[in-house]
Design a binder for this molecule. Structure first.
Ligand code: NAD
Length: 424
């Protein structure tokens, strides 16, 4: 089926418009009143900070940083910090709202936030990055904290950046406060299982989708785009669970073996050669062709906007599991629905990461750390229950899984607002 709406391609690819389109559709179907709609659409707080930083050559530079807290209704705001040269407040706003809905879909006691600094990490030294991180954190002190706003790594930030944020906050508080950020190093209040969490979450929801359709892992062919944290972990765990990973797609191209790839061997090959290509037990194929291979599961785990009105008609998968954030545009959604493809939407499929971040926050506040088995058992329980909540909602309301996920999330946040009442 062709998309019923046409949009200029640059609008189709705008993440804010994509998020708003899904919000509006879910709010309309929920018959949400205008007042609540206004509250849920608007962030609770936005902060812009201008950060003076001395560069290594002695010059002073001023960087711009943002933190947007979209909602704190269900608990502390939760969301990542990104460092990027083209970061905009509009983008941070959209990503903050996205976090509110993601946390609500998996029923975590968090609201949503996002933040970042406009800078190019490729042009900065490690000590310059540390000074930017520390001054940015210091400027945000009055509004962040374990009970108010908990940051995490995102694009171009990592566990070292989280360690600096935690240390800066702790110095101001005059006490070590590990729960102020998640995604920290294991030796500094980080959680076991965090690195694998998002890929493992994908494994659990794909397992549930198979159960729904009476399918078996051994006869399930999987194509994965992106062999980084999410895609690499998902590939490893799915192949361990007996799935047949027939193609891995990376920036440099794709590899294909219809009998299934040996994922640990492919990881070793990439480590030795710097590329997935020319893997002895597979054929090199065009990366733009691999997405359209005949398979049971397609798992985009690289970047946003890879499935658009231009190519969604060519997808031959039965199940689409969105490991990446925003891989499918709203126009592509219509095409996938027309083809009867079962979509596990990003705010559910990749929520394993924020779920184990939640576990990290709980463990830090308890001062008691869980073993990996407990982490994985609890992650499975949350992912499986959330999958059933979303698909049950979709079946009951006759909507697709993405709109069901948004409806469920909006409903939960709106209900919390009603229970709390509006403070005046
Ligand atoms: P990553 O940088 O570790 O991996 C991304 C991989 O995709 C890289 O290996 C990169 O080379 C590859 N890639 C980039 N563009 C590509 C293209 N056009 N075709 C094929 N491969 C391409 O990042 P990640 O942490 O795995 O995140 C991937 C996606 O998942 C992002 O959308 C991210 O926002 C989302 N996500 C990540 C987490 C997490 O816990 N890491 C949680 C939720 C959502």
């Amino acid at each position: 089926m062709a998309a019923t709406t046409t949009l200029p391609i640059e609008e189709e690819l705008n993440p804010r418009l994509a998020a708003e389109a899904r919000f509006d559709e879910a709010a309309r179907r929920l018959n949400l009143d205008d007042g609540l709609r206004k509250v849920l659409r608007t962030p609770s707080r936005e902060i812009t900070v201008y950060i003076p930083v001395q560069l290594d050559d002695g010059r002073l530079e001023v960087f711009t940083g943002y933190r947007v807290q979209h909602s704190m209704v269900r608990g502390p705001a939760k969301g990542g910090i990104r460092f990027a040269p083209d970061l905009t407040l509009d983008e941070v706003r959209a990503l903050a709202a996205w976090m509110t809905w993601k946390c609500a879909v998996v029923n975590l006691p968090f609201g949503g936030a996002k933040g970042g600094v406009v800078c190019d990490p490729d042009l900065l030294s490690l000590s310059e990055l540390e000074r930017i991180t520390r001054r940015y954190t210091a400027e945000l002190i009055p509004m962040i904290g374990p009970e108010s706003d908990v940051a995490a790594p995102d694009m171009n930030t990592n566990e070292q950046v989280m360690a600096w944020m935690m240390d800066t906050y702790s110095m101001h508080m005059r006490q070590t406060t590990t729960a102020v950020v998640t995604g920290k190093p294991l030796d500094l209040g980080g959680s076991r299982g965090r690195t694998e969490a998002t890929g493992r979450g994908c494994l659990f929801v794909i397992g549930e989708a198979l159960r729904r359709f009476g399918m078996e892992p051994a006869s399930t062919r999987v194509v994965i785009q992106g062999f980084g944290n999410v895609g690499g972990m998902a590939a490893k765990l799915l192949s361990q669970a007996g799935y047949r990973i027939i193609s891995i797609i990376e920036i440099e191209g794709a590899v294909h073996n219809p009998r299934g790839l040996d994922i640990p061997a492919l990881m070793r090959h990439r480590k030795e050669t710097g590329s997935i290509l020319d893997f002895p037990e597979a054929d090199n194929i065009e990366r733009d062709e691999a997405m359209f291979l005949d398979c049971e599961v397609l798992l985009p785990a690289a970047k946003e906007n890879v499935l658009t009105s231009q190519n969604a008609g060519r997808i031959r998968a039965r199940i689409l599991c969105e490991g990446a954030n925003g891989p499918t545009t709203p126009l592509a959604d219509e095409i996938l629905a027309g083809k009867g493809i079962f979509v596990i939407p990003d705010i559910l499929a990749n929520a394993g990461g924020v779920t184990v971040s939640y576990f990290e926050w709980v463990q830090d506040r308890q001062g008691y750390f869980w073993n990996e088995e407990l982490i994985n058992t609890r992650l499975e329980e949350i992912m499986v229950n959330s999958f059933r909540d979303v698909t049950g909602y979709a079946d009951r309301h006759g909507v697709n899984n993405r709109i069901a996920a948004y409806m469920l999330a909006l409903d939960r946040v709106a209900f919390a607002i009603k229970l709390r009442g509006i403070y005046a």
